[in-house]
Write a protein that binds this ligand. Structure first.
Ligand SMILES: [Zn+2]
Length: 308
């Protein structure tokens, strides 16, 4: 009888958890002892995902939880917290914003009001302050007034220029900003003891990365290399499931390098921006969002290379 009750209890817990994760399109995946990732959809922000169209992570220590990226809205942060609570009820003590995109920091206020301290690079904080209102309007259009409800702007409490190291519950955290990548303040978070790397938007896997107005492909490669030099055993990318360094190289580094090389040759041969669609990117058409992003990425790199 006891066993049966336990079975029912476990069934209910599992049942409610998978319902919650399916509803918000968030999937919990274990990376290492006490290290978890929360993988959001590879698509754009929408009413269903509440702006959580990215990968997040958290580490459970004896003294509380460190969360990497707070989610794309107040409701998105709440959904992330619900998933964390299926693993541990310890308080979230720190939130590290790995970059400037809305899904890295729009949930800050939710966790801050529960007592968490927010950490970001100086460059990321400046980026948050600069783009807050444009990110807000874009998000409201995509997730709707109901989805964005409750979201408040909250910038980092602790900022650092290049390196920030701390220990919580015997677990060491090293946060490094090595230049502009997908956004001006991107940072990667290294756990030297377990060799887990949270890369934020420095690494995209499974889907095509976006090189936007706020990105810089040349220093993105340098940031990637600084990240890779730690020889991580596990990569938790900014988009996509936990993976290996080799996959990160294939889906992110190789793509940016390919684009830069192909466009350098194109410019050398007198290619004009209006013919940019002639750049062959088919090697990467296995990545989702290829059709919507490949042309835009080529154009942005073209403009960059013209000025380099
Ligand atoms: Zn992102």
């Amino acid at each position: 009888m006891k066993k049966f009750k336990l079975f029912i209890l476990l069934f209910c817990m599992y049942g409610s958890f998978s319902y919650a994760s399916e509803k918000q399109n968030l999937v919990l995946k274990k990376v290492d002892n006490n290290v978890w990732s929360i993988v959001g959809p590879l698509t754009n922000r929408d009413k269903e995902n509440l702006g959580n169209n990215a990968t997040f992570g958290f580490v459970v220590t004896d003294e509380g939880i460190v969360l990497i990226d707070s989610g794309g809205s107040f409701n998105g942060a709440k959904a992330i917290h619900e998933i964390i609570k299926t693993v541990s009820n310890k308080p979230v003590r720190y939130v590290i914003n790995s970059g400037g995109q809305d899904h890295r920091w729009f949930g800050n206020d939710y966790f801050s009001s529960l007592g968490a301290k927010i950490i970001s690079s100086e460059a990321a904080k400046k980026d948050h302050q600069t783009r807050s209102s444009s990110q807000w309007s874009m998000l409201e259009t995509l997730i709707g007034a109901e989805g964005i409800k409750g979201t408040k702007e909250k910038f980092a409490d602790i900022v650092f220029k290049a390196d920030y190291k701390f220990t919580l519950g015997n677990i060491q955290f090293e946060v490094y900003h090595r230049g502009q990548a997908h956004t001006p303040g991107d940072a990667f978070i290294w756990l030297p003891q377990s060799k887990v790397m949270f890369t934020g938007d420095i690494v995209y896997t499974e889907r095509m990365l976006g090189i936007g107005e706020q990105s810089k492909s040349k220093t993105w490669l340098a940031s990637f290399d600084a990240m890779a030099s730690h020889k991580p055993q596990h990569i938790v990318p900014g988009h996509g499931s936990p993976t290996t360094l080799n996959i990160a190289i294939k889906d992110t580094r190789d793509y940016i390098a390919h684009l830069r090389n192909a466009i350098a040759v194109f410019i050398e041969q007198g290619g004009d921006a209006s013919d940019i669609s002639k750049i062959n990117q088919s090697k990467f058409n296995y990545l989702s969002n290829f059709d919507t992003l490949s042309g835009r990425n080529a154009l942005k790199v073209y403009t960059e290379l013209e000025w380099e």
